[in-house]
Design a protein around this ligand. Sequence first.
Ligand SMILES: Nc1ncnc2c1ncn2[C@@H]1O[C@H](COP(=O)(O)OP(=O)(O)OP(=O)(O)O)[C@@H](O)[C@H]1O
Ligand SMILES: [Mg+2]
Length: 497
Amino acid sequence: MSGSQLLSMRGISKRYLGVQALDDASLDVRQGEVMCLLGENGAGKSTLIKILTGSVTPDFGVIELAGEVIEVRSPLEAARRGISVVHQELDLVPDQTVAQNLYIGREPTRFGIVDKARRRQEAADALERVGAHFSPNARVRDLTVVQRQLTMIARALTVNARVLVMDEPSATLTAEELSHVFTVVREVASGGCSVLYISHRMEEVFEIGNRATVMRDGRTVAVHDLAAVTQDGLIAEMLGDQRTLVDRPLRDGSHTIAGGLDIKSVVIPGVLEISGITAPRGQVTGLIGLGGSGRSTLLSALFGAIKAQRDVTLDGRAYHPHSPRSAISQKVGLVPEDRKSQGLMINRSVWNNLIEPSLNQRLTMPSQRRFTTPRSVVSALGIRLSSLTQRVRELSGGNQQKVVLGKWLVDASTVLLLDEPTRGLDVGAKADLFDEVHKLADSGTCVLLASSELPEVFANCDTIHVLYEGSLAGSFHPGSNTVDQVLQAMLGVKGAQ
Ligand SMILES: Nc1ncnc2c1ncn2[C@@H]1O[C@H](COP(=O)(O)OP(=O)(O)OP(=O)(O)O)[C@@H](O)[C@H]1O
Ligand SMILES: [Mg+2]
């Protein structure tokens, strides 16, 4: 039930040192609709949302909610006005219980003291409404990512939110978890709450959205009814007319260079038992599987980040990294799944982050190279920044992700372990990233790509190894196998090959 105009943001501008993040942007949302916000990395989506939710102050602009001009000076004020947000960085208090988190700052009281029984009961009701099967007494730190998201949505319900904002919620969810979140989002919207949904995944946008607002370079360039546009049309608008995406031919596994990783076996008792995967230099080797199938665990074991029994060779020599540092010294790099906690020093400069792996290697890198190489990586990956000394935390989400990959390009790695490297990247940036990956493979790098997105793996790998519950369930070639065969193996159907 999409109804009357609920929220209107007009003439919104925000300038940071060296960059105009928003330039006269606008956004209109009707009651009960799911409005998607689209745009390239750095287009200004998160900044617009932060202004709505009171964590960034605009230079200019007006926000109108239900016909009333409002000023949102803090996140607390946004919450009081019925604007709730599910951030990428889920801002719950880890050491408190779910029930405590649901009522932060507004505990139900009885005779002046917190009415714990009532809080627990109301929390249990809210959790039931979002189909969550965990206790209100659970500590937030023990919850999974999807459970935390559901807690945030439940929190929005308990404050009777009028607008629920979700900034790339799907980036860290499995397909099953996301479909549950979507069911909840639809219920929330049909109850009259408007939902603002940011995602770079087009299929999702068409599945959940009613309308879409497209942003480019800080401006609002179009608003569409999603039933009346095509995916290609939207992508063209996001990219502007500066470029188009071309389909790349499938990789056929014919190009190999001697050497690479030979994974005879990697075993973590009770968790992982993999044998017989080779990742030759010159190729992109794919690892795919459902959430929990062991992709990330295998990559961490290969990076020396977790203990495992390993019989692995690199370029014919035994490879036994006992720590990430020792993996790095053998020119093995990892782009981890969770960039915020593992991949980046968020308060350091882009330059510091880019040279960090090579610094461990060579304290004496010629100073001229220190500056020129990071710069060429920035331009190869199209990282948007105002200067190399800018802190990583000031980059947009997608541009931070590019820095994580860039780290391993400054001092060319022999082996690149990529775990969901395209999370949070816009369609153009994904294409750029894969261009770079193909170039690296062609020049002799050994690339292992783990992903949960089958089309992405199919389009970019020479060989695809399917993991299922910690073991190898089959190996496939995009040239001679079908997507369906790979999918069957991912689902654990025997004899899929
Ligand atoms: N605190 C800040 N200081 C300086 N520049 C900033 C800051 N926050 C954002 N920017 C800049 O503003 C621009 C818009 O960033 P924003 O995070 O809104 O993009 P986005 O559309 O959310 O992109 P993404 O899809 O990558 O998340 C970027 O160029 C970014 O570097
Ligand atoms: Mg963003």
